[in-house]
Design a protein around this ligand. Structure first.
Ligand code: NAP
Length: 599
């Protein structure tokens, strides 16, 4: 006879395959919204958390469940809101002139929250009425409601991710997924083990306030760190539910439950601290450069082996509480140690990998609670993070192992300075001179990079491009797959500045146009334009596909200094005789350039 575990494993595998096919069809343009969308969907850990917070499992479980409900609600509300904000920005040129009928997502969300509160109030009333409402307390009704709401939600999540394969349907797809989440949550509120809604309601309120503020207020430039923060909250929820389940059973568990439970605690724990570190590095609260010491990899691997050994022991002899809590504690430490040797600009790969781990922790939670919707979404989330990290590694011509253990980006300052001196001089240009050049050309390719995000110069770039276009100049945008600090980062920023997405060209599309371009205008991009990636076998960047800016007739680079980009590698492009550097903050420089061009 097929056991629940077998069914769970089949579901996990099939959802993974389906997820792979759906996610590999998402264009690079929508990779950033994909990350926040899977993040929101991974908030499905909410359904497991709701039961722990509302059931009568004892005060420890209730408190852990309440924290988990708060974290998961933050992810759901924040994740769907910010995804919708991003997707509403993606428009084609013709759509920009037509006034779009905006779907009032914010209002719809408030309505949904009120609906959820209504359902809770109704259930509370039923509970209070006791005998008078036996029909409501009937176990068959609970089980049927749960079963069908979960099947419906799973279908909507997959449709939602499928919608992301085109900007045209992406928003509607995500609205369907948000509705799927509501169905799953409402269905779970009928769970027979829930006896009180007090902590659930409080968790909903706190989570909605924090998530809503994050989703509506966070600037687009801070999306990478928000995503990392959300992963950490989702992972914490999974880890806490795992701890609560272990505590509740006092280790009296079979191997079939102990394995996913231990996995949930470990992966949830390390993803929590790892993602927190990633968010702090991207927010520049911690130094962005890799922090390394002698024997670091050996130490980390030994720690990992100790964690794995503890897990195996616990599967064989689950009733060892001290070992369980020690193992989870070590996992917290491991997450921290895993991320400190990684440079800030490798964080997107790390975030995507941690996203994948978070998905696995969610799926493990699904196995512990035998909750199939969590197994499906955990598998989808895990696949999405994994696919994205592989795509990023391919775009950088690096392996995931090199990112995790290579301490890439650790710069030898002296060597870098020596290399700079050896290369000779660079030509600088003033905004006025640059405007004269731009006034006399027919085609310009704009190359945005991380510096544009730092300077928040996307609006300046878009305004300048519009002015050039008005003057009959052909303007295209060249988007490198790993420009910025997140896959698809530049697309979101430019969409925010109302740049139609049909003006954005991928690296493969734009490279043949560079030889015809009169000017390549590089705004805060560095590594993704470095010709050493093509010409210099000794360069750490060698082999990384780049935007072939050096083939344009002239190049103007907007940056503040001659400092290298994240890789720490000097850019030989700046010593090319046809390259001119407009030094200064990109936003300031663009304002001056715009004013000079207009006058
Ligand atoms: P980059 O190589 O990091 O260079 C950014 C440049 O922006 C710097 O040279 C900096 O020069 C300039 N800059 C910073 N602030 C500025 C400001 N306020 N105004 C003007 N310029 C400013 O960026 P990139 O070319 O976009 O390349 C991205 C890097 O991240 C690549 O190495 C890529 O491999 C890595 N990465 C990206 C992803 C992803 O998903 N996007 C994933 C993993 C790794 P100054 O300091 O002199 O101004």
């Amino acid at each position: 006879m097929t056991t629940e575990l077998e069914i769970g494993l089949y579901i996990f595998m099939l959802a993974g395959f389906l997820g792979y096919h759906v996610i590999t069809r998402v264009p690079p343009l929508l990779h950033t919204p994909l990350m926040s969308a899977t993040n929101a969907i991974a908030g499905i850990s909410l359904v497991g958390s709701l039961v722990v917070a509302g059931a009568d499992y004892g005060p420890v479980s209730t408190i852990l469940g309440f924290i988990a409900v708060t974290c998961s609600t933050t992810n759901v509300v924040g994740g769907f809101l910010i995804t919708d904000r991003m997707l509403s920005m993606f428009k084609k040129s013709e759509e920009q002139t037509v006034r779009q009928k905006r779907f009032p997502f914010g209002r719809a969300l408030v309505a949904l929250i009120i609906l959820g509160a209504g359902v809770i109030a109704f259930l509370y009333w039923v509970q209070k009425r006791g005998e008078g409402a036996e029909w409501m307390a009937h176990p068959t009704l609970h089980a049927e409601t749960l079963k069908y709401s979960y099947i419906f939600s799973a279908a909507l999540f997959i449709l939602g991710l499928k919608g992301l394969s085109s900007p045209k349907y992406a928003r509607k797809g995500m609205q369907a997924a948000a509705f799927g989440m509501l169905m799953a949550v409402v269905g779970t509120l009928f769970h027979p083990e829930i006896v009180t809604y007090k902590w659930i309601v409080l968790g909903f309120i706190f989570g909605s306030i924090v998530g809503g503020t994050m989703g509506l207020k966070i600037p687009m430039t801070a999306v990478p760190q928000r995503t990392a923060l959300s992963h950490s909250l989702g992972a914490l929820a999974a880890c806490l539910v795992g701890i609560s389940e272990y505590f509740r059973h006092q280790g009296e568990l079979g191997a079939v439950v102990m394995l996913p439970l231990g996995f949930e605690g470990v992966v949830g724990g390390l993803t929590f601290t790892g993602s927190l570190m990633a968010a702090a590095k991207l927010q520049e609260l911690l130094p962005g450069h890799p922090i390394t010491y002698k024997g670091q990899n050996v130490f980390n691997l030994t720690l990992l082996a100790a964690i794995a050994g503890s897990l195996i022991y616990l599967v064989v002899a689950p009733a060892a509480p001290a070992l369980f809590y020690l193992m989870v504690g070590l996992a917290f430490v491991f997450g921290f140690l895993l991320v400190i040797p990684i440079g800030a600009a490798d964080m997107p790969v790390v975030i995507a990998l941690l996203n994948s781990y978070g998905g696995l922790a969610d799926a493990a939670m699904g196995f512990v609670l035998m909750n199939k919707i969590q197994i499906i979404t955990g598998s989808l989330d895990g696949t999405s993070g994994f696919v994205l990290s592989l795509l990023m590694c391919r775009a950088m011509n690096r392996s995931a192992l090199n990112v995790l253990f290579g301490a890439f980006g650790k710069v030898d300052a002296e060597e870098s300075a020596r290399a700079t001196e050896a290369r000779g001089t660079v030509r600088s240009i003033s905004p006025e001179e640059a405007s004269v050049l731009l006034d006399s050309v027919r085609s310009v390719i704009i190359v945005p990079g991380y510096g544009m995000a730092v300077a928040q110069a996307q609006h300046g770039v878009a305004e300048l491009a519009r002015l050039l276009m008005k003057q009959g100049i052909n303007v295209k945008y060249a988007i490198h797959p790993v420009a910025g600090r997140m896959p698809g980062h530049m697309n979101v920023l430019l969409a925010e500045a109302n740049v139609p997405y049909d003006h954005l060209y991928t690296m493969e599309q734009i490279n043949p146009y560079f030889p015809e371009a009169d000017i390549a205008l590089v705004v805060g991009a560095n590594d993704v334009t470095n010709p050493a990636a093509k010409n210099n076998k000794n360069s750490p960047l060698y082999g990384m596909p780049i935007l072939e800016v050096d083939r344009a007739r002239s190049i103007i680079v907007l940056k503040r200094s001659l400092r290298p980009g994240f890789s720490g590698v000097d850019n030989e492009l700046y010593y090319d005789p046809k390259c001119m550097l407009l030094f200064g903050d990109a936003k300031d420089s663009l304002n001056k350039l715009f004013a000079a061009l207009k006058s």
